[in-house]
Structure formats: C-alpha cells, structure tokens
Design a protein around this ligand. Structure first.
Ligand code: DX5
Ligand code: ZN
Length: 216
C-alpha cells in the first residue's frame, strides 16, 4: 500500500483557509491533519471546533484529528459530530486509555494514540491490537516548523517489530519536522502516514511537494 500524506493545516494561511483546504482537495494528499491544542497539554493554542466545522464544510478527504489536549474524553462526541474520521489522543493525557479508545470507536471513529518523543513505544503493547493508528511525535508537540528528532527512526523500528510480532493492524503515522529530506527514510522504517505542515505550506509549490512526498 502506498503511504499516506496528511498535510497539517496548522501551517496553512488561516486568512485563506478555504483556498488551502481546496488545494489539499485537489492534491495527491490523502487526509487532512488537524492539530487541536488547548494551551494546557501543550504551550500553544491552535484552533477549535468552529474552525474545524468550517474546514469540514470544504474538505473532501478524511479528517485526521490530533488532539493535544488534557481530558480528551470530554470532547469525543463533539469531534465525531464534526466529522472526524480518525481521532488521536495523547497517551500522556489519558489515565484510562483503554476506555478512551473504546469511546472513540463507539462514536464511529478510528482510534489513534500519539506518543511524545520521550515516551517509549512499549507502553502501547497491551493496547496495540485495539488501535487503528499510532502517531509517533518526531518533535515536541505544540508548534510547527521544529527540527526533526533523529531518535524517531529507532522508535519506528521498535514499533514496526512489535506490530509484526503481535500481528496488529494499526497504521504508523509520523508527525513533526517531516519533509522531502526524510520522507523516504521514514517510510523505509515503517511509517505508513506522513504528516507535513511547513514542508508543504511554506513551499513555493505545495502541490509539487505533496506529489514528491507521495512517491518518496
Ligand atoms: C505539532 C503538530 C504537527 C505540526 C507539524 O505539534 O502536531 O502536526 O503541524 O508541523 P511541521 O510539519 O511544520 O513540523
Ligand atoms: Zn499533529
């Protein structure tokens, strides 16, 4: 299966959101990556439900929603109602992760769990079989445009091995500092989905970068 490209709208031009959503619609990208930050779990606030509603009105591809918020259980139904196809919560933000994952699925969405750079992949061993996606953060969450953390490759190796050993079916997504300089290495290390914000929206031709990421 060719890998998935998920442009992060965090790097879009918020004053021209419809234009940038349509750009992704017309591109070879597969998903929209939507970063929701609460200023508590991460030291930044991005955008919330009304903006997601506006994005969903124009988006023609699945919404891959990444919650960087504390107590995500409070909003699971809201994000389902807004049209999220995949809902990813942070391992570090969930005391009862199994319950949260079940609630995401009961609300008709695919369930993802994200890991901060310092969190070892082994903490997911007993829930991996229940997950549709594992998101490996390759920067500390909170901001776009940061430098990729090289240790990510080792985490990908270990997660791919664990997935194979357990015969689990989850996709592996990488988020943060991803671009044409590392996309090939990431997919070679087992990444199925690549999130890219700055690499796409700061480029002179975002459509070309998406096409290149897709074949890399
Ligand atoms: C960071 C977000 C990322 C961010 C990636 O906390 O989770 O999705 O938008 O941005 P780039 O690709 O610029 O590192
Ligand atoms: Zn993200």
């Amino acid at each position: 299966m060719p890998h998935i490209i998920a442009p992060s709208l965090l790097a879009a031009d918020f004053a021209n959101m419809q234009r940038d959503v349509e750009l992704v619609n017309e591109s070879e990208a597969d998903w929209f990556h939507i970063d929701i930050m609460d200023g508590v779990f991460v030291p930044n606030i991005s955008y919330g439900m009304p903006v997601l509603k506006a994005i969903a009105k124009h988006a023609t591809k699945p919404l891959d929603v990444h919650l960087m918020i504390v107590d995500p259980d409070r909003y699971i139904k809201t994000f389902a109602d807004l049209g999220s196809e995949i809902l990813t919560v942070h391992y570090e933000a969930c005391t009862h992760l199994h319950r949260t994952v079940q609630a995401i699925k009961e609300n008709g969405m695919k369930a993802g769990v994200a890991l901060n750079p310092h969190t070892p992949v082994e903490v997911l061993r007993d829930i991996l079989a229940d997950l549709d996606l594992v998101l490996i953060m390759s920067v500390n969450p909170g901001f776009g445009g940061q430098k990729f953390i090289n240790r990510t490759y080792q985490k990908l190796n270990r997660l791919s091995t664990m997935r194979r050993e357990m015969n689990a079916k989850c996709l592996i997504e990488v988020d943060g500092g991803v671009g044409l300089n590392n996309s090939q290495q990431l997919t070679a290390h087992g990444a199925d989905a690549l999130v890219a914000g700055s690499a796409i929206f700061r480029a002179t031709s975002p459509l070309d970068v998406i096409s290149e990421l897709k074949v890399s």
